[in-house]
Design a protein around this ligand. Sequence first.
Ligand SMILES: [Fe+2]
Ligand SMILES: [Fe+2]
Length: 297
Amino acid sequence: MTQPTRQHPRLRGADVGIPARQLDFRHSADIPRYVAGDNRTATCFLAVLSVFFPPGEDYFVRSVNHFSHLVSDPRLRAEVAGFTGQEVIHSREHDRLNEVFTERGFSLGVTEQSIRLGLAVLDRLPARQRLAVTAFAEHFTATFAEETLKYEGTNGDIHPELRELWLWHALEELEHKSVSFDVLELAGNDYRERVLAALCTIAALGPALVVSLASLLVTEGALARPADLVRGAWLLLGPDKSLPRVLRRMPLWLRRDFHPDRRDTRALEQEWRDRLFGARGSLSDQLRRPVHTASSA
Ligand SMILES: [Fe+2]
Ligand SMILES: [Fe+2]
């Protein structure tokens, strides 16, 4: 780890590989209603995930920053700042994407209420337990991100305009994957608390996910279309898809020596930094234009 030096009195997230990139997705009016493989079921799952992100990421940021007084190492301080900056921008862009779903006619009220209820339950946990919940959730997002980036070729069912947003989010989840866990180490990483955190997260957010998805499948008419359901299940859970591989890797959390960095994803991160933000990266132009804000709308 880099020690604080006089040359770098105040490291920023970008200095430690966790830049808060000011992206500004402006979704075009011709995005279809069903953006995942032209399939209602898979699109409903994508919409639920997207609605879960803004309040979820707010929970993660609050849980980590609650312990910022323990973080004296300048490098970890910069990592926490980078993590916070990235998650705040993810929330903003998913809020915007959720507006697109709403404009296309999706009824997201039950999903919004379900995730808020699930997080309200998790908010009642003690502070260190909330941090362990966050580290567990970040294990999920980092694993999902890695599988998404590694197998992007087999997950090319999402509309190209939205795929860029998911790929950018995935890259940054990998870049900051160990921050919450490293802060948990400072706060006192207790194995039993970590196991309990995983159980609490699944107990609180599992029902929220099921209720949200069921509600959307009903309102979108997917339940009345068996062929759509079967194809959607294949798009999400087929043998070459990310989700089954993610679920198989989740029990790694139960290893006593678990640490996100045990999985070396640096080459994958560099590959996607180049593909998205390199000289000819597909998102490089976005970083060069001024950020669109509510006040400038
Ligand atoms: Fe995120
Ligand atoms: Fe994250």
